[in-house]
Design a protein around this ligand. Structure first.
Ligand code: BG6
Length: 302
């Protein structure tokens, strides 16, 4: 593996700004150190693991108990759920949230400007992925690490027939304490309440968390924001090409069963996922493409 890291650095590394490393043997990450932000990105899943704008507390949460190992999903960061979100519609033994988060992606390009470090990853079909997804689709993730964190997940359908995907950028945001936060941007929307047998309900006002929450908000196209009174900050989640928002916190019992969320991890994270799920799955025409875009930024609360 050491040779591969050397090779990655030779081909794509930018000294002092974008350096490939191996925190655990066989597990490659790109460490970004830019004047405006720091980030780490795993090649497995093209998964952003951390992002902190300069002089700001971390915005993306990574569990202290996260396991970095080939083929295992990383608890925290920005897992890419693709080409399906949640359980597979007909194959219960296929992995939850698809396979994209547990396979290695290819680095296509790394670039740096005064504003940001930019990285492009690609996932092409392989014998492993074809066994679960027999479609000729290519997927790219573009990541821009700067004062904002921008991501674009593009799916290209190379088939002569339409293909339907569901997907999410399953982002774990770091919060001062779960009791201090409210999620804005979904007022009035219908949601599927996964902790109440999938019952459809209507949101009234902002979302606050005082127990397990697992909801898919439908037709959710507006920006969302996490207001955190403890750290006097608002995390803004601007998006396009996404018609669902998933809000998830496992709370105490589920977190204890998961084993990689850390002792009090559930108090310091909140997932607000920009998605296309359930009713909002996306049909991509033959030869067409679809892009889901997000921009995360931090604002001070007055
Ligand atoms: C959320 C789902 O998006 O992800 C939850 O709505 C799920 O139902 C959670 O528990 C975590 O999933 P995983 O596969 O990373 O444990």
């Amino acid at each position: 593996m050491a040779i591969e890291i050397d090779d990655l650095n030779r081909r794509y590394g930018i000294a002092g700004q974008a350096v490939f490393n191996e925190p655990v043997s066989g597990f490659a990450v790109l460490e970004v150190t830019h004047a405006h932000a720091q980030a780490t990105i795993a090649l497995q899943g093209a998964q952003v693991m951390t992002w902190a704008p300069t002089s700001e507390r971390p915005v993306i949460w990574l569990s202290r108990a996260a396991k970095l190992a080939g083929g295992k999903s990383i608890r925290g960061g920005v897992p890419v759920c693709w080409p399906w979100f949640g359980p597979h519609p007909s194959q219960p033994n296929f992995p939850t949230h698809g396979f994209a988060r547990t396979v290695a992606w290819d680095v296509v390009a790394v670039g740096g400007t005064a504003e940001a470090t930019e990285v492009r990853f690609r996932l092409l079909p392989s014998p492993t992925t074809r066994a679960q997804w027999p479609h000729a689709t290519e997927v790219e993730l573009f990541i821009r690490v700067g004062r904002t964190l921008d991501m674009e997940l593009t799916t290209r359908n190379k088939e002569p027939a339409p293909v339907t995907i569901s997907e999410a950028l399953h982002t774990y945001f770091e919060v001062s304490d779960i009791g201090n936060v409210a999620v804005h941007g979904v007022d009035g929307l219908t949601y599927i309440d996964k902790v109440d047998h999938g019952t459809r309900k209507q949101q009234a006002g902002a979302v606050t968390i005082g127990g397990e929450v697992d909801r898919v908000y439908l037709r959710s196209t507006a920006d969302c924001a996490i207001e955190d009174t403890g750290w006097r900050r608002r995390i803004r989640i601007a998006k396009s090409g996404s018609r669902s928002t998933v809000v998830w916190n496992p709370w105490i019992d589920k977190a204890a069963k998961m084993g990689d969320l850390g002792d009090d991890g559930y108090r310091h994270m909140l997932c607000v996922e920009s998605a296309n799920a359930v009713d909002d799955a996306v049909e991509i025409a033959a030869g067409g493409e679809h892009t889901l875009r997000v921009r995360y930024s931090v604002e001070r609360l007055d």
